[in-house]
Design a protein around this ligand. Structure first.
Ligand SMILES: NC(=O)c1ccc[n+]([C@@H]2O[C@H](COP(=O)([O-])OP(=O)(O)OC[C@H]3O[C@@H](n4cnc5c(N)ncnc54)[C@H](OP(=O)(O)O)[C@@H]3O)[C@@H](O)[C@H]2O)c1
Length: 268
């Protein structure tokens, strides 16, 4: 675990928050947990493609204190101006100085094509699409966020939902592992440069979401299949709500070094 360094993070003031991949799974659970902690006059922007499911997440977050807005956006294809626009639209009627904290959770993620063995990867277009969603557009969205909140940069908090796969190779998941590693390192470099921005790389552990079913349905790697089957049969998968609670606890306690990788199991 990253060394304990900094002060706690108080989310009880008015907080602006973007959460990607908010239509299901871990993202939905983080949104619901976050809503319990945010102070009056907070504003949450939920992003993913499926608008009906985003509406369900928004319903779960409903609170008299905070405003929830959501927008359907394909984050594999969205351009920088479209991202900037969705952020500015959500802020209509607000000033950026209204917020004590400006938070972004980069939770969006996908697994890529698990039906091609690592030594047979050669479809550049497919690899590019994978990196567009999981790395390049995460960086691009983060840049738009930083542009909007440049004036109050010392209030910015960034959470990247990472994985053990960012630091430990997992057979059959070359795109996922390399993408998570690249994405995590980008946030580490940013944290190194911007010491006044709080940056957390949170690894949620193995969680019962559609990602697990996707692995079992798609993988051609027997080792990977066995690992995930044993997670399932031993009841080792975490509920999204449990890891979301831990994520918020880690964030609020603030005991992570700049860009630190903190895993669900680090102090369990
Ligand atoms: N589940 C695990 O065991 C586990 C373990 C470690 C890390 N993680 C990480 O946790 C994060 C969430 O994973 P999860 O398990 O909750 O997965 P999930 O249930 O598959 O959710 C993925 C989310 O990403 C959104 N998304 C996917 N493609 C998108 C696109 N092109 N544009 C916009 N949004 C898109 C999905 O929404 P739409 O389909 O509506 O667009 C959905 O809300 C990921 O970063 C994942 O790598 C998961």
């Amino acid at each position: 675990m990253a060394g304990a360094a900094a002060t706690n993070i108080d989310l009880s003031g008015a907080t602006y928050c973007i959460l990607t991949g908010a239509s299901q799974g871990i993202g939905r659970a983080i949104a619901a947990e976050l809503a319990k902690h945010l102070g009056p006059k907070s504003l949450m922007l939920l992003l993913a493609r499926n608008k009906d499911q985003l509406a369900k997440t928004a319903e779960l977050c409903k609170s008299a204190n905070i405003k929830i807005v959501y927008e359907s956006m394909d984050l594999a294809k969205a351009t920088a101006p479209e991202m900037l626009n969705v952020i500015y639209s959500s802020l209509e009627g607000y000033k950026i100085t209204d917020f004590a904290n400006c938070v972004i959770f980069h939770n969006v993620g996908s697994l890529g094509n698990l039906s091609v063995e690592t030594e047979r990867m050669e479809n550049l277009e497919e690899m590019r699409q994978y990196y567009d969603l999981n790395v390049f557009n995460v960086i691009t969205l983060n840049t738009q966020f930083l542009k909007v909140f440049e004036e109050v940069e010392d209030r910015v908090i960034i959470v990247n939902v990472t994985s053990l796969c960012a630091i430990k190779p997992m057979s059959g998941m070359a795109s996922y592992c390399s993408g998570k590693a690249a994405r995590e390192m980008y946030f580490k470099v940013l944290a190194e440069e911007k010491k006044h921005i709080r940056v957390l790389n949170y690894s949620p552990g193995p969680v019962e979401t559609s990602m697990i079913d996707y692995v079992l349905a798609e993988t051609v790697n027997t080792n990977l299949r066995d690992v995930f089957l044993s997670f399932k049969s031993q009841g080792a998968l975490l509920k999204p709500e449990i890891t979301a609670k831990k994520c918020l606890k880690v964030l609020q306690e603030g005991k992570f070094s700049p860009g630190g990788h903190v895993d669900y199991f680090d102090d369990e």
